[in-house]
Write a protein that binds this ligand. Structure first.
Ligand code: SF4
Length: 362
């Protein structure tokens, strides 16, 4: 098996052309996903995380959407160059999707077994009997009790959590190499959410599937992530292993998100200010109007490049030496590994705003 990443996104730009101007929803995003790895993309609603995931298989409506630049290399092939037929084969084949609302993902007039078999039959040449057996076995693998009987039930006969399990079974029907799950637990209550997160962990162990998990909730990230991509206003602010992000966060935005978690010293304090306009984002660092560490240089030019972060002072470029911990903040230019005291550059300060919006979807 190749050691190359399963998915490599380079300088991805996804724009939407509207009457008010061009929305740069994803603006120069780069990250990799290894085989068998779970990568969480986290950020406030409107940060561009869902559009990033939808751009991978070009699920965005075009027009008004456009992949304006960059590459999405999936197992050696640039997905942005594929024909519509090739993209259809990829979706529901080697790349499966699980969306936020299981109700909307299931057709109420067909049995769940029919809908799973539809996904199987679109990509595999099985007899009707084999296809049904596989549907039952998929329902078993996602934890549906008495799957042999439930396979002939309709979606309305399942609870919300069980419906999401069915949607996951459909996504797994073709044994995808990559599963993209966009806020898959947001519509579920906390107990069911915990069960579904456990299911994702179990399925990954069983199938060795790579998973992209989109969420606004760092509590969910802590449960499932191997690696984390923190997005803000269409840009990547920080990437690192889950351990690096939670134990040694570098970017002021990541730190602010963590302080919103229950039990932290900030105690559910929202981040002051709100996301900038995606049509006219601020110059310089897009986070500067809300950043307590901002200085004059943060307002000028483009978003800072990503720098290796050496939180352990071990001369390796990041805190565990694997080169994975990277941060887009001028304070880390030149190998610095600490933020200055807050208030040092207080001439900018924070603009009042609506606070952190933690709703799902974008
Ligand atoms: Fe804050 Fe400046 Fe760093 Fe942006 S570059 S996160 S504004 S300190």
């Amino acid at each position: 098996m190749s050691n190359d990443p399963l998915l490599s996104i380079r300088d991805l730009r996804t724009y939407f052309h509207t009457d008010d101007g061009t929305v740069k929803a994803v603006d120069g995003v780069s990250f990799d996903i290894d085989r068998g790895e779970t990568v969480c993309i986290v950020g406030e609603s409107g940060s561009g995380k869902s559009v990033t995931s939808e751009s991978i298989t070009q699920l965005i409506p075009m027009p008004p959407g456009e992949i304006a630049g960059g590459e999405v290399i999936f197992d050696g092939t640039d997905v942005t160059t594929l024909s519509d037929d090739e993209l259809r084969d990829l979706r529901g084949g080697r790349i499966g999707h699980v969306f936020q609302n299981p109700q909307g993902a299931l057709n109420p007039v067909y049995t769940v077994g029919y809908q799973i078999r539809e996904a199987i039959d679109a990509h595999q040449d099985l007899t009707k009997r084999e296809s049904r057996q596989k549907a039952v076995s998929l329902l078993e693998s996602v934890g549906i009790p008495e799957a042999g009987n439930r396979v002939d039930d309709y979606p309305h006969e399942f609870s919300g959590g069980m419906k999401q399990r069915v949607v996951i079974a459909i996504a797994l029907a073709c044994e995808p190499d990559l599963l993209i799950a966009d806020e898959p637990t947001t519509a579920l209550d906390v107990t069911i959410e915990a069960q579904i997160l456990e299911l994702f962990r179990d399925l990954q162990a069983a199938f060795d599937t790579s998973i992209i998990f989109i969420t606004h909730d760092l509590g969910v990230v802590a449960e499932v992530a191997d690696r984390v991509v923190v997005m803000y206003a269409g840009k990547v602010m920080e990437t690192g292993t889950a351990e690096q992000i939670f134990e040694n966060p570098a970017h002021p935005y990541t730190r602010a998100l963590l302080e919103c978690l229950p039990g932290q010293s900030g105690g559910l304090e929202p981040i002051p200010g709100s996301l900038p306009s995606p049509i006219n984002p601020p110059s310089g660092c897009r986070f500067h109007p809300r950043c307590e560490y901002a200085r004059e240089a943060c307002r000028i030019g483009e978003q800072p490049p990503v720098y290796g972060f050496d939180g352990d002072d071990d001369d390796t470029g990041d805190s565990d030496g694997d080169g994975d911990h990277r941060v887009s903040c001028i304070h880390y230019e030149g190998g610095d590994d600490e933020l200055p005291d807050t208030g040092e550059f207080s001439e900018i300060g924070q603009e009042p705003g609506t606070g952190l919006h933690t709703g799902g979807g974008e």
